[in-house]
Each structure stands twice: as C-alpha cells, then as structure tokens.
Write a protein that binds this ligand. Structure first.
Ligand SMILES: Nc1ncnc2c1ncn2[C@@H]1O[C@H](COP(=O)(O)OP(=O)(O)OP(=O)(O)O)[C@@H](O)[C@H]1O
Ligand SMILES: [Mg+2]
Length: 336
C-alpha cells in the first residue's frame, strides 16, 4: 500500500548539506501498524513528514495505493492529504475551539454541508468514546482525551493512512493505554494503515506489527515486533533496546557488578517458552543458575519473554551450558 524507495531528504545549513533521510526504502501493507524507532535526531520525523510532503524529499519515490506522491501538483497533493491523517506528541488542538469544532475543522475546510459535518462529528465522538465532551474546550480534557480528539480530527476525512509522531509520548500509562486502544480500534474497524514513531517500548510491543530502526537517516534493521525484541540483529538495535529497557518500569537496570558469574539475558519465544532448558543445564552441566529478573509478554497470540540469569560454575561447563541454550533456540545475550 505504501512503497518508499531510495528516499533522500537533504537539509542545507550554512552551505553544508546534510542527509536527515539517507536512501531509505520500505513498504507498509494495508491495515498494518508499522513502527519507527531510533535515537533522537535519527530522522524519524523527517521521514514521516516526507510521506505527505510536509517535507519535500530531495530524491526517491513514494507510492501510496499506486499514486506517485512526488509527481502530484499542489492541487492534487492537497486532495491526496485527505487520505493521510496525522497526530503529534503535543496534540496540536485549537485551544479556542470546542471539541466539536476541533473535529469539524477539516470538514469545514473541505466545505462539507453543516448537517453532514454534524453527523460525521457525532460519529467520531462516538468512535473515540467522548460523546459527553463535545462542548468542552481542550483545557478541560486529560492528555489522553486530547489525543483522542486529535485522532478523531485526523480521521474526520476517513484517511487511509494515519501517521503518529510520538502520539502517546506525552501521556501517563493509563492515558497511553486509552490512546493505544483507540489506535487499535482504528485499524480494526476502519482498516486504516498506521505508521507510528514511538520511543515507548511497551507501546511498540503492544501495537506494532513490524518495526523499523533508524540511525543516522537510515533504516538499519526492520523486523516483526517479536523478532526485533527477541533477537535484534545489529549492535545498535541491541543498545537501543537496552536503553529502552532501562526506562521500562517493569525492568530495573541490572547492576552487573553485583554478580560473580556469567550474566545472561535469555529471550524465548512461543517455541522455547515451555521447554525445561534451565533445569537441563543444571543437571547436565553441573552449573548453578540464579534467576535475576524476568518478564513475559503476549504479542497478539504469541508469547515471548526474557529472563536475566547468573550462571556459576566451571568455565568450560558454563560455556557448554551456554551453547546448549543456543542450540535449543533460546536467544542468548551475554551481559557479563
Ligand atoms: N528543517 C530542518 N532544517 C535543518 N535540519 C533539520 C530540519 N529538520 C530536521 N533537521 C535535522 O535532521 C535530523 C533528523 O531530525 P528529525 O527531527 O527527523 O529526527 P527524529 O528522529 O524525529 O528525532 P526526535 O526523536 O528527537 O524527534 C536532525 O539532525 C535535525 O536537526
Ligand atoms: Mg521526531
């Protein structure tokens, strides 16, 4: 549905040009939620803004449902933008307008008749479950409610695509949950395709089908959410995921100094979850294994999780135990 190939966006600063997006190619299927993660300055926002030409790409191709986006003239581009909604970290609502008027705004721009606007706004208020707030002003809403209004406004013209640039980043966990649920419902009920930038691991895990990792303007890795978190291919992604882990409320950072033995992070998926791998190691290799911390997740219908363990014993035996774990299909990361 969305095809991006060899996209480049250069900025020129004081005569020097700089590639914020550097030869990026990817595709997103209809009804998919595609996540983009990466450090600050990686080029995520610039990439996403190129999709509706809020930034004009320097080079490359973008096709959406067969339409060559970069070939559109101004008028056709404005028309095409109806198909692409966008939400932002700080909601960008009109503070002097009521919830109703905020949602009605894109329809007024499109010169919809009044009755049609009213019908559509009520439908959207129902969709975001905020029917009782139609006359409220944004200042009287929680962050999550504001973002749901922003989603309703973005969905007003029934776009095929919704772009979210850190749409849940400014919210507490409960409001994040509500917005995530609204986004899921958008895909489920309206078959919208979502591209979302996020730095919240829980959000990425919970909602994305696939994730791209950006660094220095490039996509350095792309995978399904379970494979990316279970077995990141590049060092940068591993580091990035570790940095996310540290901010994950469920997993405090490990103090590696505290441990005498090898410290391993074992990640397993639905194929390895139920296997008695640790007990086999203890029996067969005469090592001791101390459980440090762990977590289980459910992504759609698949379970996956990790366990941080300390392995003590004869170095040869420890190595054999490690090889055995790898053979069984567990992804082993040596932390110490
Ligand atoms: N209009 C601009 N002019 C010049 N440089 C820009 C412009 N917009 C972005 N950049 C630069 O492009 C790079 C990528 O910026 P971008 O905002 O896309 O990063 P990001 O991955 O979204 O970061 P963050 O996570 O902080 O939002 C940065 O180095 C930024 O300074
Ligand atoms: Mg950004």
């Amino acid at each position: 549905m969305i095809e991006v190939s060899h996209l480049v966006k250069e900025f020129t600063n004081e005569g020097k040009s700089f590639r914020a997006v550097d030869d990026v190619s990817f595709h997103v299927n209809k009804g998919e939620i595609y996540g983009i993660i990466g450090l600050s300055g990686a080029g995520k926002s610039t990439l996403v803004r190129c999709l509706n030409r809020l930034e004009e790409p320097t080079q490359g191709e973008i096709t959406i449902d067969g339409v060559d986006i970069l070939a559109l003239n101004k008028k056709d581009l404005l028309n095409q933008r109806k198909d692409i909604g966008m939400i932002f970290q700080h909601f960008n609502l009109f503070l002097q307008k009521t919830v109703y008027d905020n949602i009605a705004y894109p329809l007024e721009i499109q010169k919809w008749p009044k009755e049609k606007i009213q019908e559509r706004v009520h439908e959207l208020l129902d969709f975001i479950d905020l029917k009782d707030k139609e006359k409220a002003y944004p200042s009287a809403l929680s962050g999550g409610q504001k973002q749901r209004v922003a989603i309703a406004r973005a969905l007003a013209t029934s776009p095929k695509i919704l772009l979210s640039d850190e749409g849940t980043s400014a919210l507490d966990p409960i409001n994040t949950r509500m917005v995530v649920d609204t986004l899921k419902k958008t895909v489920r009920d309206l078959n919208t395709t979502i591209i979302m930038i996020t730095h919240q691991m829980e959000v990425a895990k919970d909602i994305c089908d696939r994730i791209a990792v950006m660094e220095n303007g490039k996509i350095i890795e792309e995978n399904t959410v379970e494979n990316l978190f279970r077995a990141p291919k590049t060092k940068q992604t591993q580091n990035f995921i570790s940095s996310l882990r540290e901010t994950d409320v469920h997993e405090p950072a490990l103090d590696l100094e505290k441990y005498q033995g090898r410290v391993l992070r074992l990640a397993y998926d639905d194929k390895t979850v139920g296997k008695p791998i640790l007990s086999r190691c203890i029996k067969d290799f005469d090592v001791e294994i101390n459980l440090i911390s762990g977590n289980m997740n459910r992504v759609d219908v698949k379970d996956f999780g990790y366990m941080n363990v300390e392995v003590l014993g004869d170095p040869d035996q420890v190595k054999k135990a490690l090889d055995f774990m790898k053979e069984t299909g567990v992804y082993v990361e040596v932390l110490k």
